[in-house]
Write a protein that binds this ligand. Structure first.
Ligand code: ATP
Length: 499
């Protein structure tokens, strides 16, 4: 009977309207009122154009559907994070043993790390690993200006997760909430915070309501790169019990990710993914996927059926520095850019043989020209010598302009900023003649220490470039003719000049 209540009411309403019309009543106010009520209901349900719409697969919030076949093997690197996550999932896999051991079932896992490192992939892999249904939503989908709407959407998400698991005949479901910081920031920190706080309260209620005795078990996996702003109530034991760090991949991780995304892309035999992994320090998984995609686009532009090392080199530079620009410097400017970059490159190679990956005088992003250096290994610490060497490379461009073209230019502004930052780092690490200093070092002392460090390195670089003037000139002239030169070509070139 309850099932047909809505139909009966609608039928009775329609009959009433027809009778009213026949009796000559003015029904306009009634119709306007009904339309208004329906609009409010739609907004509250999050389905109307005014309300923020969920990706409505399944209709009731969150994006759900057939589970993408992502497994932990598709997540490159992140070995520690994967291990920790799998351990945490053991309670869903071996429920009876967990019960026997008296393990409190896990309700939430928080994945913390920079964007594009594979947090969403890991959540999907977790659902596959535990044979669970998977539903995902983003924190921003719960943010509304209307009181109570966010809380209602939270309830709907959890309900839909259970319904989906039932529909897919699974014993458990994984609810993935990306950008949890949007709804889970410390309570009271938002302007007009009542609605935010209500939404978070409802989220906590739903987490607390997850019951291991229920027919369908629920696990919430949330992701953020701002764990520091989360409300402590979210992080207390019994809620997000496990915090798993998903960091930028190291070299081995980058290689694995490149290998994963190279599958199905035709690489020329001479492509060296290990070299690409070495040259992409600081790239996330998403950047690395983008490198291979851009490399394939480069191959397509050349109408080539295979991706060559040059396509990959070009793609790394595009992802690192931005798209090539159509800026056309005057010939005098090009000459200046070439001598500037040749100066950087000769000093970089002098300090660490094999350091230069490529030199270019084509504009890209904010740079008129650039040299790309590759680290020999991922580094987590830098010594005094390494910092000094980095300052030398920074100032070498300006010194080269001065030596070979008579004066410096504004092209060195970025280099000077970088050299200043490194020198400051040295001062605060106790690596300057001032020795160990406090954080409240007077500005004039800091300024003097920084300029002193940079001036000294400028002198050393001047001496070195005077000594290797022939190399700088030859490289600059080559750049003027060919626009760019790879690291290996550059070293071959230097070897020829030396012989
Ligand atoms: P965000 O914090 O911005 O939501 P995320 O950490 O959730 O990012 P994902 O959405 O999982 O990142 O990754 C985006 C894409 O980048 C993936 O679809 C995949 O192509 C690639 N990717 C990222 N990390 C990895 C990885 N560890 N292994 C393989 N591919 C990866």
């Amino acid at each position: 009977m309850k099932k047909y209540l809505l139909e009966i009411l609608l039928g009775a309403g329609a009959a009433g309207l027809v009778l009213g019309l026949l009796a000559g009543l003015d029904l306009t106010p009634l119709l306007i009122g009904a339309a208004f009520a329906a609009l409010i209901k739609l907004v509250v349900d999050g389905r109307a154009p005014l309300g923020r719409r969920f990706e409505a697969m399944g209709g009731v919030g969150g994006s759900a559907g057939s589970l993408p076949q992502i497994t932990f093997a598709d997540v490159g690197g992140q070995e520690a994070a994967k291990r920790e996550l799998m351990e945490a999932l053991a309670f869903l896999k071996s429920d009876s043993l967990s019960k026997k051991l008296g393990i409190r079932p896990l309700k939430g896992i928080l994945l913390v790390g920079p964007p594009g490192t594979g947090k969403t992939l890991m959540a999907k892999a977790a659902a596959n690993y535990t044979d669970s249904a998977f539903i995902s939503a983003s924190g921003s989908q719960f943010v509304e200006m209307y009181a109570g709407v966010g809380a209602q959407r939270i309830r709907r998400l959890f309900k839909q997760a259970e319904a989906l698991a039932q529909q897919q005949k699974k014993g458990s479901c994984v609810v993935f909430v990306d950008e949890i910081d949007v709804l889970g920031a410390k309570r009271g920190s938002h302007q007009g915070h009542m609605e935010y706080d209500q939404t978070l309260n409802e989220f906590l209620v739903q987490l607390d309501g997850i019951d291991s005795e229920r027919e369908i078990k629920t696990l919430v996996v949330a992701a953020t790169n701002r764990a520091d702003i989360l409300d402590p109530a979210l992080l207390r034991p019994g809620r997000f019990d496990r915090i798993v760090r998903v960091d930028l991949p190291d070299k081995a991780g980058r290689l694995r990710i490149l290998e994963i995304h190279a599958q199905g892309r035709p690489l020329a035999p001479e492509v060296d993914l290990e070299k690409a992994a070495q040259e992409t320090y600081g790239f996330s998984g998403a950047h690395l996927e983008n490198v291979l995609n851009e490399a394939a686009i480069n191959a397509l532009r050349r109408s080539s059926e295979v991706i060559t090392p040059a396509d990959i080199r070009e793609a790394i530079e595009k992802v690192m520095l931005g798209e090539k620009l159509d800026r056309t410097p005057t010939s005098a400017e090009r000459r200046r850019i070439a001598y500037h970059e040749a100066g950087h490159a000769v000093i970089a190679e002098q300090n660490r043989p094999g350091a230069v990956s490529s030199i270019t005088i084509t504009s890209r992003g904010n740079a008129l020209g650039y040299i790309r250096q590759s680290p020999t290994a991922d580094q987590y610490l830098q010594t005094q010598d390494e910092l000094v060497a980095a300052i030398q490379v920074c100032v070498a461009g300006a010194v080269s302009e001065e030596l070979f073209l008579g004066q410096r230019s504004t092209g060195a502004v970025g280099d000077i900023r970088q050299a200043t930052e490194i020198a400051k780092q040295m001062v605060y690490a106790g690596l300057s003649p001032l020795g160990i200093v406090g954080a409240e070092l007077p500005t004039n002392l800091l300024h003097d220490a920084v300029t002193d460090i940079i001036r000294r390195q400028e002198q050393i670089v001047r001496g070195c470039l005077e000594e290797h003037g022939r190399k700088v000139q030859a490289v600059a002239e080559h750049l003027l003719q060919h626009d760019s030169i790879s690291g290996d070509q550059f070293r071959g070139f230097l070897a020829q000049l030396a012989s």
